[in-house]
Design a binder for this molecule. Structure first.
Ligand code: SF4
Length: 392
């Protein structure tokens, strides 16, 4: 953006920041300069929380004006069997030791469940564990084609890079090869999970068996090269340092520069119930909103920062709209059952009506906009025309 346009954006009569560091950072942002590691740490440590929010809101409004997005969505965890052993995970089950907790849906069950409350939605979001009996192309490619035939208006937001890495290894395929197969079957978007924290020393302690940081980034960059969109996340509030968090954001920014295609960044607050990092406890509301703001300010080449109600809760997510977030994720089907965060103690429910999203967004002073995975916009009451083989 040209310098004179930026100058015009300065809000007249604004009180100065209580923390001089924020004034210097604002000058950088106004000139279109990306923030440094030191800037990110200064933002995390500033005592001027309101000033931080003001800066993040200004950046958000440069990106998306008064719009705040939500999606009509189906959410399914198709299997919880996993042997990766991540220390922060309460969802994964060892099928031989905890048989009664195993959820492993056959493809027909996933298909039926997806449409059991109709087909008026724009996205199917499915993620699961590293399950040797389900996470394979033999299972997924026919199911993906079936989804596309039944509901061509629905975008497939499937897997994380960790799942794609696992499938690539099991099929002895390179990343370009497996991405080509998934795209050909209809993959529109890959979810942002599995990023956790990129800093290798911390990653080795919390998820030593998961895809490496470099490979997580390499998979997303290959997806983008082949025209598949993706999101990115960061798991915060476990054993990581503030330096780890800012480093994580900077690695994402560099990845977007190398191979653009990330739409949204989603901060994931660690949940402590039932996992080995229980000592870390819960994140605070202040850490949550601070993290939304720092992400908005560091990730100048990401269009969207998402406040996912399932994780930080509807009320914190509504406040996050004043701290740089411009997306609240969206509905789950009324019969959907999210397991990852519910296993770890989230107090969020399973279902929120889209009218509630619109109300919360309007109450926060913004304009609700219905979207799909790739941020095409829809009227709030848009309904698909062609519903073959489904109950509309
Ligand atoms: S976080 Fe994912 S990969 Fe790690 S143990 Fe849990 S389900 Fe498995």
């Amino acid at each position: 953006m040209a310098g004179n346009q930026r100058a015009e954006e300065k809000e007249p009569g604004m009180t100065p920041f209580a923390d001089a560091a924020l004034s210097a950072i604002e000058a950088k942002l106004d000139s279109g300069t990306s923030l440094s590691l030191e800037d990110g740490l200064a933002l995390y440590r500033t005592p001027d929380l309101h000033g931080l929010g003001r800066l993040a809101r200004k950046q958000k409004e440069r990106k998306s004006g008064k719009k705040v997005f939500y999606v009509l969505n189906r959410y399914i965890n198709s299997t919880n069997v996993c042997y990766a052993g991540c220390k922060f995970c309460s969802f994964a089950v060892d099928e031989f030791k905890e048989r009664e907790r195993v959820v492993r849906m056959p493809a027909d069950v996933v298909f039926t469940k997806t449409f059991e409350t109709g087909a008026n939605f724009n996205q199917i979001h499915i993620v699961g564990g590293h399950d040797p009996r389900q996470l394979s192309l033999d299972y997924w490619l026919p199911l993906m084609r079936r989804f596309k035939e039944a509901a061509p208006h629905v975008q497939l937001s499937l897997f994380t890079a960790a799942e794609i890495d696992y499938m690539a290894k099991r099929h002895r395929l390179s990343y370009p090869e497996i991405v080509a197969k998934l795209k050909e079957a209809g993959l529109d978007n890959v979810n942002g999970g599995g990023a956790e924290i990129f800093a290798e020393a911390t990653r080795a302690k919390i998820c030593p068996n998961k895809v490496s940081s470099d490979n997580w980034l390499a998979i997303h960059e290959e997806l983008h090269r082949q025209g598949v969109a993706s999101n990115a996340t960061m798991l915060y509030g476990q054993i990581e340092s503030l330096e780890d968090r800012v480093d994580h954001l900077m690695r994402l920014r560099a990845s977007q520069e190398r191979s653009p295609g990330y739409n949204a960044f989603i901060p994931l607050a660690f949940h402590p119930d039932g996992n080995e990092l229980n000592d870390c406890g819960w994140t605070s509301g202040l850490d949550d909103v601070r993290t939304f703001a720092v992400a908005r300010l560091m990730l100048d080449n990401f269009d969207h920062v998402k406040a996912y109600w399932m994780i930080q809760g509807l009320k914190v997510c509504q406040v996050a709209l004043q701290f740089g977030a411009d997306d609240m994720d969206g509905t789950h089907g009324s019969t959907d059952e999210e397991m990852i965060y519910h296993s770890a103690g989230t107090r969020s429910g399973q279902y929120v009506d889209d009218r509630e999203f619109r109300r919360l967004i309007e109450d926060a002073g913004y304009v609700p906009v219905r979207r799909n995975s790739t941020y095409q916009e829809f009227a709030w009451d848009w309904t698909p025309q062609v519903l073959q083989g489904t109950t509309a």
